[in-house]
Design a protein around this ligand. Structure first.
Ligand SMILES: O=C(O)CCC(=O)C(=O)O
Ligand SMILES: [Fe+2]
Length: 209
């Protein structure tokens, strides 16, 4: 007899209710658990996050101009923990959704891809043997509609998610069966037309802040 692995989110029914929002589950894969969630952020929240991030990206780039990576060609920044009222509100909502205390949350990351930029397939967890407080789950929230391309894809599952403003893809990789974790290999397809903004929340097994 095989015993089904425990999941972090108990995704029964069509929605997840948080303190300030009802979020609809519009797609699901069971093993590993992957959820497509609608309306995690409002359009106004997406726009504000992009505005706030935009200034900081420009500043962050100055010191990092020598850094070249073929794995991820997008640019990124992190918000400070509970940096302002909006970040605090989003952190609270997302941690309720992910069913993990906000104290286990990494700072919220913003990624910006211009046309042709991409993120090669990778695991979000660290694979070295001596990791102490590894990541266990991810939520990627789309902050804009991408004209063409820029999908999040899971090559081992042959599964693709099209960015939609305010929606999100959630997945977890804390399973005992490492094969299940490996199935969460994922990347961001090159943006063909337009640009792509996402906010990524990674959760740790133990307290992180
Ligand atoms: O941009 C995407 O679709 C994926 C982003 C991602 O994999 C990450 O932030 O870890
Ligand atoms: Fe990732």
């Amino acid at each position: 007899m095989t015993i089904k692995e425990q999941t972090i989110i108990n995704a029964i029914g069509n929605k997840i209710v948080t303190t300030d929002k009802e979020i609809h589950i519009i797609g699901k894969i069971d093993d590993p658990l992957i959820l497509i969630l609608e309306n995690v952020l409002s359009c106004a929240e997406c726009d504000t996050l992009i505005d706030l991030a935009q200034n900081k990206m420009q500043r962050a780039k100055i010191g990092k101009s020598h850094e070249v990576s073929n794995i991820r060609t997008s640019s990124s920044m992190f918000f400070e923990e509970s940096e302002n009222e909006l970040i605090r509100k989003i952190e609270t909502r997302v941690s309720e959704l992910m069913n993990i205390p906000v104290s286990h949350a990494e700072p919220l990351q913003i990624l910006h891809y211009k046309a042709s930029e991409q993120y090669q397939p990778h695991f979000d967890y660290f694979t070295s043997d001596n990791v102490i407080n590894n990541r266990i789950s991810t939520m990627v929230i789309y902050l804009n509609d991408v004209e063409e391309g820029g999908e999040t894809y899971f090559p081992s599952l042959r599964f693709t998610v099209t960015p939609k403003k305010g929606s999100a893809v959630y997945f977890e990789y804390f399973y005992n069966d490492n094969h299940m974790n490996e199935l969460t290999l994922h990347g961001g397809n090159p943006v063909a037309v337009g640009e792509k903004w996402v906010a990524t929340q990674w959760m740790r097994r133990q307290r992180y802040r």
